[in-house]
Design a binder for this molecule. Structure first.
Ligand SMILES: [Mg+2]
Length: 279
């Protein structure tokens, strides 16, 4: 709705300017900006645009999948003991691009909520992250098993499989999809299941660090950052990370994983985490 209003505001402003009226004073602009900030979705625009329009985003995704392919090739060539090799990947914003859902939410003056998300998942309209289908097809061609470990709900498996099958992803079979059952968002139990099947995991891929290692489960921003330093040698080797400026635990941790803050409270918390030059 606000997008329609924006059109009329712009049109009226153009008319006023054409009639020789002064542009709004700085104070008016600021009060307008403050009003816009009361909408929950306003801060998502730049992140959505980055994901949809930045060539740099696309390049980063190709880069990540190129590194993943390199790791798979090395593992296959060095697989002297004929181990069963596997790749573990997250789906959303790692293999599947849900930015169209984010825009849909923006158009409706809202942000992520589970009811809207479930409807989106059931529609099966997510797109592929650049490079994803080609990489997983390559892994499949080398007989590397793919485990799609996602925190989508288990009730979404069928629709997600249909979505991915239509996009050309390989190994779209029920046993390859390990979705979240219940409320436990940790993926460690599901990674343990893969290990228990005696697969040798070549790489793990994800846009959220919990996709890769339980050291990041429900941790503070400070601990997450320290762990990334501690694991410096794993990035691009065992763990492949994808850019997602739109959402993730990097944001959730700022609110202490508390999801009941008001829009204004979240705005205030976000700003409290900024640091800047003092001059
Ligand atoms: Mg994800």
């Amino acid at each position: 709705m606000k997008k329609i209003m924006s059109f009329w505001v712009c049109s009226i402003a153009s008319l006023l300017l054409a009639q020789g009226c002064n542009a709004p004073a700085t104070g008016d602009s600021k009060s307008g900006a403050a009003t816009a900030q009361t909408l929950p979705d306003e801060e998502s625009i730049m992140a959505i645009l980055y994901q949809q329009r930045a060539a740099e985003y696309k390049a980063l995704c190709y880069q990540a999948y190129n590194i993943a392919e390199m790791r798979v090739r090395e593992a296959v060539e060095n697989n002297k003991h004929h181990d069963s090799l596997a790749v573990i990947t997250d789906l959303d914003e790692t293999a599947l691009n849900n930015s169209a859902f984010e825009v849909r939410e923006y158009d409706h003056d809202t942000t992520y909520n589970s009811a809207d998300w479930e409807k989106w998942c059931k529609r099966g309209e997510a797109g592929p992250v650049p490079g994803s289908v080609a990489f997983f097809k390559y892994a499949d061609s080398k007989k590397v098993h793919i485990f799609y470990i996602s925190n989508r709900d288990t009730s979404d498996v069928a629709a997600t499989m249909h979505n991915m099958d239509s996009l050309g992803f390989p190994q779209v079979a029920r046993s390859h999809f390990l979705f979240k059952a219940g409320s436990d968002g940790s993926k460690q139990g599901r990674r343990d299941l893969v290990a228990a099947l005696h697969y040798k995991v070549v790489v793990l891929l994800g846009d959220n660090l919990i996709d890769l290692d339980s050291a990041y489960d429900n941790q503070s921003s400070a601990i997450r950052n320290n762990e990334v330093d501690t694991m410096e040698g794993k990035w691009g080797k065992n763990y492949i990370v994808f850019p997602n400026a739109n959402y993730g635990d990097w944001e959730n941790t700022l609110y202490g994983f508390k999801y009941t803050y008001s829009v204004a409270q979240k705005d205030s918390i976000r700003k409290s985490y900024l640091y800047g030059a003092k001059y």
